[in-house]
Design a binder for this molecule. Structure first.
Ligand code: ZN
Length: 53
């Protein structure tokens, strides 16, 4: 389940498995699927992650 997070003016989506944030639910879902299936993140997916801190 991808979490929808509201951060200031933008909406972010969190991968429940690794905790990375994405600007679109599509990438968060991709990441979560990959994380659960492989037990780790794919660099091809995490490069789309958004830094929030
Ligand atoms: Zn992930």
């Amino acid at each position: 389940m991808v979490y929808e997070v509201k951060s200031k003016s933008r909406k972010l989506y969190e991968c429940e498995s690794c905790g990375l944030f994405y600007g679109t639910g599509k990438w968060a879902q991709k990441c979560e699927d990959y994380c659960y299936q492989n037990g780790s993140c794919s660099p091809e997916i995490t490069k789309h992650a958004v830094r929030v801190y």
